[in-house]
Write a protein that binds this ligand. Structure first.
Ligand code: ADP
Length: 398
């Protein structure tokens, strides 16, 4: 079928959502994309865009299996039977590869068992990813499925950066180490940044700030990550939409012993009711920015805590890298919020970092430089494209 031959269906199955995109790995052309939200709740929704057609529907979708079935029906309703469309692969974003997986991996029954075994490390994420994988194999049995792991890029983190200072025996027994996440994005953005600068990625030291609903920072030396803010789980590090990021681990014990919260309640508190939402009841950055404009104090405080943490990581990574060529902002907040970029890097002239207010204020979907001409460090905005990166990696191994 023309247009879909050689394309990759990229599936990103989150805990209650399924995002998908049909993209051509060579050209980056997006043939279709969609999102199923509130899976398993009373009323779910699907939005599917293909060509000029957009289908939006509210209905009950019980699980990820049903979500994929519904998405495939949207394709069929638009005249595309994905089972016979000549797809090169289905590319699955899988959050945790544990100690086993650090390369794009063709799915076999053995791979499924191993991803399932690793699920204890990412109980909120890997099980949903697995349902996506099994459903794709059921509905598109002729198309190879490839898992692309969010932890993969950070596989080679230096031992000192990957190791928690806890009892070695306990750590080894339970696979406890810092794995890092958003790796597909950090790798893609760091390569795009080098391209933008017209240099080999091996020559460039950079700090990448992926600021979306989830958020993470990484220090990348010549294309290889040397530190990252997320740890054994995606909970560590920066303040996020609904996740706390760094906290004193003693706080968890206190919540259990004194506040009498169960492990599951603490899990929910730290993953879903913390971060920006915990501080001001809101995790959407646009809404928070609007509230700050109106003088809302809780929103202002949430913003200040967010920026404080971000600056702490920038400072740490400047020292980790010693010499920094570029600082890159990416993902929803990083690509769109000029105030966050300005505040994250204000008053750093002594470190050779000067953001240009006018360049920073310009809106664009393209990669761009927002530092002044005499800033030693190039400050860049580099739009991420995890779907394309997954599609390319999946197509490369089949
Ligand atoms: P994820 O993929 O982690 O769900 P995104 O990378 O899409 O998240 O980022 C979502 C975040 O980006 C939300 O907090 C949203 O409010 C924020 N965002 C999107 N557009 C803007 C904008 N124009 N200004 C400020 N924040 C924005």
């Amino acid at each position: 079928m023309s247009g879909t031959e050689g394309a990759v269906l990229v599936l990103n199955a989150g805990s209650s959502s399924l995002k998908y995109q049909l993209v051509h790995p060579d050209t980056g052309d997006v043939r279709a994309d969609g999102i199923v939200e509130r899976i398993g709740e009373e009323l779910s929704s699907i939005t599917h865009g293909q060509g000029d057609e957009v289908i939006s529907e509210s209905l009950q979708i019980a699980d990820h299996h049903a979500a994929i079935e519904r998405a495939l029906r949207c394709f069929a309703d638009n005249g595309t039977d994905l089972a016979t469309a000549g797809l090169a692969a289905v590319g699955h974003r899988v959050v945790h590869g544990g100690r086993t997986f650090y390369e794009p991996t063709i799915i076999t029954p053995e791979v499924i068992s191993e991803i399932s075994r690793i699920s204890t490390l990412a109980p909120l994420h890997n099980p949903a990813n697995l349902v996506g994988i099994t459903a794709a194999r059921t509905f598109l049995p002729e198309v190879p499925s490839v898992a692309v792991f969010d932890t993969a890029f950070f596989h080679g983190l230096p031992d000192a950066a990957a190791t928690y200072a806890i009892d070695r025996g306990v750590a080894d027994l339970h696979a406890i180490r810092r794995y890092g996440f958003h790796g597909t994005s950090h790798e893609y953005v760091s390569r795009r940044a080098a391209e933008f600068l017209g240099r080999d990625v091996e020559e460039v030291n950079q700090i990448v700030l992926h600021l979306g609903n989830g958020a993470s920072a990484s220090a990348i030396e010549g294309g290889r990550p040397v530190d990252t803010s997320m740890g054994m789980t995606p909970l560590e590090g920066l303040v996020m939409g609904t996740r706390s990021g760094d906290i004193d681990p003693g706080l968890v014990l206190h919540l259990h012993r004194v506040a009498k919260l169960s492990v599951d309640q603490i899990d929910t508190l730290l993953n879903k009711q913390s971060g920006l939402r915990g501080l001001c009841g809101e995790n959407d950055f646009r809404a928070i920015s609007a509230r700050i404009e109106q003088g809302d104090e809780a929103a202002r405080r949430a913003y200040d805590v967010y920026i404080h943490r971000l600056r702490r990581y920038v400072g740490a990574y400047l020292i980790t890298l010693g010499h920094v060529d570029a600082i890159c902002f990416t993902a929803g907040v990083g690509e769109n919020s000029a105030p966050v970029r300005a505040d994250a890097l204000s008053n750093l002239e002594n470190y050779g970092i000067i953001v240009d207010a006018e360049r920073n204020a310009l809106r664009s979907r393209e990669s761009r430089r927002i530092s002044t001409d005499d800033s030693d460090v190039d400050v860049l905005v580099v739009p991420t494209n995890e779907e394309l990166a997954i599609a390319r990696q999946a197509a490369a191994v089949v």
